[in-house]
Design a protein around this ligand. Sequence first.
Ligand code: ADP
Ligand code: MG
Ligand code: ZN
Length: 500
Amino acid sequence: MLDLATLLREKYEPVIGLEIHAQLNTRSKIFCPCPADFGAEPNANTCPVCLGLPGALPTLNQGVPEKAAFAAFALNLRINEVSVFSRKNYFYPDLPKGYQISQYDQPFSVAGYVEIPTSERDETGRPIAWRLKRFRIQRMHIEEDAGKSLHEGMPDSANSSYVNLNRSGVPLVEIVSEPDFRSSWEAYDYVQYLRRALLYVNACDGNLEEGSLRCDANVSIRRRGSETLGTRTETKNLNSFRFIQRAIDYEIARQIRVIEEGGRIVQETRLWNEREARTYAMRGKEEAHDYRYFPEPDLPPLVMSAETIAALRAQTPELPEPRRRRFAEDYGLSLEDSTLMTTTREAADFFEACVKAAGGQARAAFNWIANELLARIPVEKLSLATSPVSPAGLAELIALIADGTLSNKLAKEVFEQMLTTGKPAKAIVQALGGGQVSDAGQIETIAAEVIAANPKQTAEYRAGKTPLFAFFVGQVMKATKGKANPQVVNEALKRLLDAP
Ligand code: ADP
Ligand code: MG
Ligand code: ZN
């Protein structure tokens, strides 16, 4: 059998489609007033509706379609003016009703896409070459979450399982992509972007560890050049970006091996085991008809008028990818730099406020934020509200460099003090005894003194030992306590030393 890389290049093409469950960050659950927050005492956030007691009736939380609408705009989905809730029937110990309220043939929204940068990665995980690619999204529907079964880590888990229904009835959207991904890294870049976009519109808190974003990966392979889809497997509940990427790669390699050995892929649901870095068959894949979907009789159709949709659309902020492109064009940032500055909406707002306050000096604003500020604060945490240095404060510092008051070296010292004391740049410069000395006459006097005090080095330099130039620069800097403008120092020393 040829090696995997060759087989992938010459014979097989992976095809991947993703189903992502995102928890909408409403305060209460979808069909009852129980709190939807994570981490309460087991079963504390429950009532007859989300416990699934007979006769309890659901009523739709109006915050849910609103959040779902923002999620739809973030992914360029078209919202259906009428969508219908359906019962999806199945048995699970953490699903006491025996069905999940979901949407089926009339979903909330359809026909979306994202067009985003994506790249393969080398062995060290570094991007190789970015390009823009469009990934289509089939649909996004609204549904409720089920509870959670615990089989481990409880007092007598050897003999028992535990059920926690706090999550039962938490609002979710399921975002179903077209099978448009051709590698695990394309899938990875898509999920990263999706999280970013949902955070921008404040529809989801994006917390993967707490299960706010869960991914099922459908993977198949086919002969290169073929248009028909191969048989797929579905790997469930991947809750980290790296797991998604690694589980897909594992599954691609496994399927190629099976086919090369003359076997057949069975359509099935698989589970990723991170410790063993492999997937396991869990069960045969169920078909839609197994669920006996029918319209939910206890809820009316969900109506979103054209006016409501337009009003919500008008409140949608600029999305991360359009904003990234604007940053690249207007401020001359590279793809990596514009991606960094749009990591969160707050970071992007911070950067733009700084550029504006600095009179359009985008490069300087970027350098100070990326190299200095982000060395102290992770970019996800950068915001106007909490940054120890404000955009206007940073802009003042940039202005002091531009007008020659501060050298880059001095500016770093001032910045350090801005961070620790919270004082403005000008006040710190004053306390340090003024800024950089740029006065050519003053510097020339000092340079002349330095030359006079060092006749031996002067003679050697003039005899051709030019690396000694740095020695003279150092002496002038010492004499001025590092405040002399280095460029002016260089010019003065050149003039005096090179003069016959
Ligand atoms: P189900 O709801 O039964 O999981 P869907 O037809 O709704 O099935 O597809 C679910 C996901 O699987 C979608 O993201 C779709 O793009 C993807 N998908 C469908 N067929 C394939 C295939 N042959 N290979 C890879 N992905 C696929
Ligand atoms: Mg599915
Ligand atoms: Zn409840």
